[in-house]
Each structure stands twice: as C-alpha cells, then as structure tokens.
Design a protein around this ligand. Structure first.
Ligand code: ZN
Length: 224
C-alpha cells in the first residue's frame, strides 16, 4: 500500500497556505501510476490556491518494489554530507523481507538509475564498481568528471551477432558538460567480471541500508 499525508505549503509569493499531498511511501507494484509520476517529477507539482503560482515541492519517500524485492529510502536532494553514513533504519521484519535489498538513494537521476539496475536483476554494487573503473582506466575516453548512468541491457539478437558479444551489451549514458549525451555499450562479460570481483572482495559488503554509488566504491576501495 502507498501512503500519503496532507501538508500545508506556504506560497512564496502571496504567503497563504495551500494543501499538498506528500507520498510517504509508494508501492510500485500496486500503484504503477504513482511510480511514473514520481519518476517524471509530477508528484512534486504544487499550485497555490490563492494566487495560482505553480512550483515544485520535493519530498523524500520510501519506494517499494515487491516483484523485484527492493526498498529505496529516497531523498530528492543529491547533495547530502551524511550520504554514506551507515544508518540503522527500522526495517520491516518477517520472512517476506528476507531476500530484500535496502538502499538509500539521493537525487532523481540516481533514483531512476537504481530502479533500472534492480529491475534488470543486476547487482548495483557491481554496476557501480564497473562505472568507477571505466572512468579510472579512461575507457572510451571517459573522465572522472563525466556522469555515467546505467541505461539497460541490450539482448537484441542482431546486435549480439554483429558485435560478437554473446551475452549482450550493458549500456551507459555519458553526460559531459558542453557535449551531447552519448550512449556507451560494453560487453556483458565485463559486467560479470565486476560481479565476481564484488563477490570476492569483503570490502564490497554493504551495511544494512546504505547509499551505493561510485563515491561509496571509492571510499571502500581506499580501505585496504
Ligand atoms: Zn500564492
């Protein structure tokens, strides 16, 4: 079940209060339309009932995917100094949540990416480790400053045939300032190499509910 509450938002223009629906938790399986509205930002739209001003009022939410078994504690603000602090959150108990993945996520692009990774059934730690090393090794001319986002796995048989990548391609979106966004495909084999590395590296074991991104990988790899 998704849960919401009403709060009053004070208009920055006329200073009168108007109500806003805040979704404290969103169940992606039961309420797919809420998921879409969250991901395209529509849930944050607010309109002043007095003067008609329309602004976005972001809020954090608990995102629950029952089918793929994960829960995300989402904050729309990507800059958070406590991002990697290992927090103990009261997780739901019971057998139903035994195989669940719990993560903190900061930022809207990061949320879209995390959902795509986990819906594709991939290991997010392996994907982030891959991103970290692709940049470190300067693969395909990637810089540290580039933003790299997981896009999806391409299993198109024609492409597999022409590229010779038998297990398909893992695709990333590269965003670089002053450049057009570019899609970079890599063989899935590469991902499986990183997955193996994650499984064999004890530093890659996350806390109960933590923010897993390239920054987290960097912190963990510094610990010998
Ligand atoms: Zn107003």
């Amino acid at each position: 079940m998704s849960e919401c509450s009403k709060k009053q938002v004070t208009c920055p223009r006329c200073h009168y209060d108007s109500p806003m629906t805040v979704w404290n938790s969103i169940n992606a399986d039961l309420d797919p339309e809420l998921k879409e509205k969250l991901l395209d930002g529509e849930l944050y739209n607010w309109k002043c009932e007095v003067c008609g001003l329309e602004i976005d009022v972001p809020f954090g939410t608990l995102y629950h995917d029952m089918e793929h078994k994960f829960m995300l504690f989402f904050s729309p603000w990507d800059e958070d100094e406590d991002k990697y602090k290992e927090i103990e959150v009261p997780l739901p108990s019971g057998m139903g949540f035994k195989d669940y993945i719990f993560r903190s996520v900061f930022g809207m692009n990061e949320l879209r990416e995390k959902i795509s990774i986990l819906e594709a059934g991939l290991n997010d730690i392996a994907v982030e480790r891959m991103k970290f090393f692709l940049k470190l090794d300067n693969t395909e001319g990637l810089y540290q400053e580039d933003a790299l986002f997981f896009l999806g796995v391409d299993m198109d048989p024609d492409k597999i045939k022409s590229s010779g990548w038998e297990r398909g391609a893992i695709k990333f979106l590269r965003l670089r300032e002053g450049k057009e966004p570019e899609i970079l495909p890599f063989p899935m084999e590469k991902y499986y190499d990183y997955l193996l590395a994650v499984k064999m590296d004890p530093r890659m074991k996350p806390a109960q509910c933590t923010c897993i991104d390239e920054g987290w990988i960097r912190i963990k790899l510094q610990k010998m």
